[in-house]
Design a protein around this ligand. Structure first.
Ligand code: GDD
Length: 441
């Protein structure tokens, strides 16, 4: 793969954010004679470009888990997404489809079985799995459960967290975890996304030296208007959340020109080192992606500048684990894809819900820092005013929504979780295909 050269990342304490790079060629090879990259890869900056060889990409892909959160997409669409994930990646499909209706989940499981037997490793689970809920309860992750029914809460973020816990429990040797949405109508783009994740990791130092978060910006979102295809550069939600995150980062780098630094606030397609996935606090539902930036800035920069009283983050329900400063540098890499992204069209209400959740995660996540940091105080005030003017506040409180944030997964008892889930394999909804520890093949 050939990409534009990675710009020097901007530093915010332990957090480094690199500006966007673009994919120039999907299949390009590093030239012989170039120096080895610091990650033991052949990726090198040369003449303004960065090449990563197929063998380096393959090596990273073989250490990667790809999570597909799905709900009620057509079976064929989900099948296409799985079919396009590079074979070396282990796949986890987390479904939250309605279970009672026309056996949609049974159909999804059957579809997944069609990939088995060819050396493919796939795990599939329903978000409402009773064994998984009990296992989370027993392993100190009860925050993920809905007290009303004791099952895992609804939400994309919640499904992703369950998948990370499963990845850690069943494939601890994997070093990276990536996420791709299931509502993608062009399967081949999924292959590009996973390879782009690998290229992002190849640009960074090894996971032992630093953690990396790779976020993708779709080249465009095509829309059909008056019979013509129009390329929309930024989605309706991303446009808003990017803008506020850029204001936040600019306030932390006074006097510097950051050009819009953040272009991937709502990157549904993203990947990170497993170590980072265990360390990050994650937010509920669609707030999960914007909140990555908040947690990283808080723990990479703001926590070092504030008294420990700031550790009780509003909205967090396990304060002792909340804002431990990062123990290692984290680099955020943003990559613009070659392909446009074609997916299910969302209505205005869904988009409003997504940006309000994103802004709410920033607003409430920064609450402990408002008193001491004048720029953050002003930003939050302006953000609230924007939300009021654009119908983004809750009717009952007049405030931006406060998305739940979950404790980092590193605080859970993974041994208990693994033991209970393994014992329950095949009993409710959890199936593992192609793994050494599988009960099925
Ligand atoms: N397991 C699970 N559980 N999956 C879910 C849930 C849930 O409760 N809710 C949604 N998903 C899945 C959907 O089935 C889909 O595959 C994916 O998550 C994205 O959900 P959509 O509802 O289709 O989101 P979107 O397309 O409007 O937004 C996407 O892009 C945004 C950036 O433009 C999402 O990825 C957002 O998170 C992202 O910010």
């Amino acid at each position: 793969m050939r990409l534009t050269s990675p710009p020097k990342p901007r530093r915010f304490g332990q957090l480094q954010v690199a500006g966007e790079v673009s994919i120039l060629e999907l299949d390009a090879h590093a030239h012989p004679g170039l120096q080895k990259g610091s990650n033991g890869t052949q990726g090198n900056a040369e003449g303004g470009n960065f090449c990563v060889s197929s063998s380096s990409l393959d090596e990273i892909l073989s250490e990667m888990v790809i999570v597909v959160p799905c709900k009620d997409e057509d079976l064929d669409v989900i099948r296409g997404v799985i079919a396009a994930i590079p074979h070396a990646c282990l796949v986890i499909l987390v479904s939250n489809c309605k279970r009672a209706e026309d056996d949609a989940y049974e159909q999804q499981v059957k579809m997944v079985h069609t990939f088995a037997g060819y050396g493919r490793q796939i795990l599939v689970i329903h978000q409402k799995d009773s064994v998984a809920a009990a296992a989370l309860q027993a392993s100190r992750m009860s925050e993920l459960l809905d007290p009303a029914d004791g099952r895992i809460r609804n939400g994309k973020g919640e499904g992703m967290l369950l998948a990370i816990a499963i990845a850690e429990a069943f494939c601890p040797e994997k070093r990276y975890v990536g996420f791709v949405d299931a509502d993608n109508f062009i399967p081949a783009t999924v292959s590009e996304y996973c390879t782009a994740f690998a290229a992002g990791f190849a640009m960074s130092r090894s996971p032992e030296q630093e953690d990396t978060l790779v976020r993708l910006r779709w080249n465009s979102k095509p829309k059909i208007r008056n019979g013509k295809v129009e390329k929309v550069e930024q989605g309706r939600c991303s446009r808003i959340v990017n803008n506020w995150l850029n204001r936040l980062f600019a306030s932390e780098a006074p006097g510097e020109t950051l050009n819009p630094l953040i272009t991937t606030a709502n990157a549904g397609e993203h990947a990170m080192t497993m170590a980072l996935a265990k360390k990050l606090r994650m937010a509920a539902g669609y707030a999960i992606e914007p909140f990555h930036f908040v947690d990283l800035l808080v723990r990479g920069r703001l926590e070092g500048n504030t008294s420990s009283s700031a550790r009780d983050v509003e909205g967090s329900n396990r304060t002792e684990t909340s804002t431990k400063p990062l123990d290692k540098p984290v680099t955020v890499r943003q990559i613009r894809t070659c392909s446009p992204h074609w997916h299910r069209e969302s209505d205005d209400e869904h988009i409003r819900h997504m940006w309000a959740a994103g802004l709410g995660s920033i607003y409430h996540g920064l609450a402990p820092y408002r008193a001491k940091n004048g720029a953050i105080k002003q930003l939050c005030k302006d953000m609230h005013a924007y939300a009021v003017n654009n119908n983004g506040v809750e009717k009952t409180t007049g405030q931006l929504p406060c998305p739940r944030t979950y404790p980092a997964l590193e605080t859970m008892d993974i041994t208990t979780f693994r033991r209970m889930l393994r014992r329950g394999m095949g009993k409710d909804s959890f199936h593992a295909l192609g793994l050494d520890s599988s009960e099925e093949d």
